[in-house]
Design a protein around this ligand. Structure first.
Ligand code: GLU
Length: 300
């Protein structure tokens, strides 16, 4: 008998859901239903300064209204910092963690200064400046002065991690409609942050710990997270965690072709509902009128 899949929808409760979230949640539900699997809900609320329980309540309200059913309890990442800390400690024991004293602002400023003098700064797949090591940004004396204090960030030594494994991890991707084996490229991210002074974990670290703890067998999420999978696969291998299959789906775009986001105040599901939209209108708006069948079969 084949095992029933376990999926999760994992929003960050730092704003209201928009059509892109609705599509992702509905596609997760369609994947779960197709194989009589289970859908879980996870609140990715590690940024305790921006996440609010009001948003969490609003998210649950919107999802129920859309017809989503998930299995309780909802996992809240802010209640599990210990689990992420333990994973970080293990990586540290393997000598794969670099403590960095340069702040985000200093890295941004160094990148801007280099760009102003005609030297383009290497960027990660999301466009963020790659971290070149404290030595490239700060004077040796300044680094020494700061070393006694709490580091600004704990970063994965990505090259050392890859060397430790011997080869780049792969993943099984079904987002294009047919299964493909993808060879990851974690070095494109440089030494990613796994914990910060103000937040004792990061998206990358908590997502792999939670996917393993919750027994997630299929990760269905937006294509904007496709490249991040390289880091997730690397962390899974280092920590000996099980490997889910991945389905990175199309993004819902606004009329100008831009990705929807909370930061540009994309119209929320709640607002559409107040204006009279029904759950089937929302399905139509995100191209899900056939219950997601075409996206399930052809890739979404
Ligand atoms: N919390 C992430 C977001 O809201 C999703 C993470 C994931 O699905 O891996 O974009």
């Amino acid at each position: 008998m084949t095992k029933r899949p376990i999926l999760r929808f994992a929003p960050s409760p730092n704003g209201l859901l928009h059509l892109g979230h609705a599509y992702s949640a509905l596609l997760n539900q369609a994947h779960a239903e197709r194989a009589e699997g289970r859908l879980l809900l996870r609140m990715e609320d590690i940024d305790t300064t921006r996440c609010r329980t009001e948003y969490e309540d609003a998210i649950c309200r919107d999802l129920s209204w859309l017809g989503l059913e998930w299995k309780e309890p909802v996992r809240r990442q802010s209640e599990h910092f210990d689990a992420y800390g333990e994973a970080l400690r293990r990586l540290d024991e393997m000598n794969l963690i670099r403590r960095s004293v340069a702040s985000r602002r200093e890295i941004r400023e160094a990148a801007a200064k280099a760009a102003a003098t005609g030297k383009p700064w290497p960027r990660d797949p999301d466009g963020g400046p790659l971290f070149p090591g404290d030595e490239a940004i700060l004077e040796p004396a300044e680094i020494r002065r700061r070393l006694g204090r709490e580091p600004q960030a704990m970063r994965l030594d990505t090259a050392a991690a890859l060397a430790h494994l011997g080869e780049a991890p792969r993943w099984h991707e079904t987002g294009s409609g047919h299964g493909e084996e993808i060879v990851s490229d974690p070095l494109a991210w440089g030494d990613v942050v796994l914990a910060r002074k103000e937040t004792p974990t990061s998206y990358h670290l908590s997502v792999v710990v939670d996917d393993a703890l919750q027994g997630i067998s299929e990760v269905v999420r937006g294509r904007d997270l496709y490249n991040a999978t390289a880091i997730h696969r690397l962390l899974q291998e280092l920590l000996g965690l099980p490997v889910p299959a991945y389905h990175h789906h199309r993004l819902v775009l606004d009329p100008a072709g831009r990705k929807l986001s909370k930061s540009v105040a994309s119209t929320s599901i709640a607002e559409l509902r107040e204006r009279g939209a029904t759950p089937s209108d929302i399905r139509l708006m995100v191209g899900f009128a056939d219950g997601g069948l075409s996206d399930l079969i052809l890739g979404g």
